[in-house]
Write a protein that binds this ligand. Structure first.
Ligand code: FMN
Length: 382
């Protein structure tokens, strides 16, 4: 991202007369929540959970430091022991985990921030050494992904998965529902269902990972079924105005493919709109890569889904501002820039330089490369 970009400052009037008055730095109403700006912290896995997969003592500091985001979406958080696929990722299915997350939400609330938790089942992206009883990971079909996961302090090939039996699927939906209830008990403002990046729900959606012949495979409707059942269960449990969904229509993260993304995802956008959830979060392009990775009409999803459209992937402030003014999105999630810039919102607003992240400390470890990135004010005080 470039530094020192001239940037429209917060508007001095609350009256909006036309589209061009919009800026990233004005308040936005998301369901019943007031966000202080349109900049969202994207979910970022950092592999620092402690024993019992409880958020680490540093997590409350880390998220609290970033509370000036209009909304924080936490790192992916597993809904059950069965849902884990990487070392040291946090869960939200035990009381100590709920208590650990409560320390995080308290820290964010204390600074007036808003925070959703991203709920996750990894499906086939896992390893037997992470799994209860050393069992095979579960997936729509017994198709191993040609990719690696972080386990035993290094990157190793994912394990051969087994296909979920039809009568096991309601248990997955129930685990998402219970985790959503736990999220509210932990003080989150809402949850984001992780339907992106090659994990379980996307494995069902994309036919490169799903060759089932039952009600959860084959047609566009059948492949969307699990995502929609999970979303409906979560929305019924905690309210549609507290439920968001993340999708990545053309991403190949997790070594996945889809032969028909446009009709598949247009259908999903229509159905999510009918469920009345509060936002649709779309990774536009290859996650963390090219925004033009494959032909896809993201505006079609934006137009089908009538509530808040949250855009992500490779956004610069200039691009976000242009898309906002064009009416192509309502909120913008920034991922990598939030790692090295706890005060990202303030920096963007004044066009200050952005700090680079340290790739060596992304995954695992403690405070270093996690809570020790300075704000501009910290830097100038040194
Ligand atoms: C270190 C790291 C961890 C990530 N963890 C998650 C995650 O837990 N859940 C998720 O949906 N995406 C995850 N992503 C993807 C980001 O949310 C985001 O989609 C990606 O970085 C592109 O946005 P950006 O260009 O603003 O960084 C991760 C990305 C990075 C760099």
């Amino acid at each position: 991202m470039s530094s020192r970009v001239p940037f429209p400052a917060r508007s001095t009037t609350t009256q909006q007369t036309d589209m061009t008055d919009k800026t990233l730095f004005e308040p936005y109403t998301l369901g019943s929540l007031k966000l202080s700006n349109r900049i969202v912290m994207a979910p970022l896995t950092r592999n620092r959970a402690g024993a019992g997969l409880i958020p680490s003592e540093h997590a409350a500091t880390y998220y609290g430091q970033r509370a000036s985001a209009g909304l924080i979406i936490t790192e992916a958080t597993q809904i059950s022991a069965d849902a884990q696929g990487y070392q040291d990722t946090p869960g939200l299915y035990t009381q100590p985990q709920i208590d650990g997350w409560r320390r995080v939400t308290d820290a964010v609330h204390a600074k007036g921030g808003r925070i959703f938790v991203q709920l996750w089942h990894v499906g086939r992206i896992s390893h037997v050494d992470l799994r209860p009883g050393g069992t095979a990971p579960v997936a729509p079909s017994a198709i191993r992904a040609a990719t690696k996961t972080f386990v035993n302090n290094g990157f190793h090939d994912v394990s051969e998965p087994r296909a979920l039996a039809l009568d096991e699927i309601p248990g997955i939906v129930e685990d998402f529902r219970q985790a959503a209830a736990n999220a509210i008990a932990a003080g989150f403002h809402g949850v984001e269902v992780h339907g992106a990046n090659g994990y379980l729900l996307e494995q069902f959606i994309k036919d490169g990972a799903n060759t089932r012949t039952d009600a959860y495979g084959g047609s566009i409707e059948n492949r969307a079924r699990l995502l929609l059942e999970v979303t409906a269960a979560v929305a019924t449990e905690i309210g549609a105005e507290r439920t968001g969904v993340r999708l990545s229509p053309v991403s190949t993260a997790g070594a996945i493919s889809c032969s028909d993304p446009q009709p598949q995802y247009d259908y999903i956008a229509d159905k999510l709109d009918a469920l009345g959830i509060v936002y649709l979060h779309v990774v536009e392009g290859a996650t963390g890569g090219s925004r033009d990775a494959a032909p896809f009409d993201f505006d079609s999803m934006r137009n089908r889904f009538k509530k808040t459209y949250l855009a992500n992937n490779g956004y610069s402030p200039e691009l976000a501002n242009a898309r906002l003014i064009e009416g192509k999105a309502d909120l913008f999630a920034f991922g990598r820039p939030f790692i090295g810039n706890p005060d990202l919102v303030e920096r963007l607003e004044i066009g200050a330089p952005l700090a680079a992240l340290n790739p060596a400390t992304l995954y695992g470890g403690g405070a270093q490369g996690y809570t020790d990135y300075p704000t501009l004010a910290d830097s100038s005080a040194r």
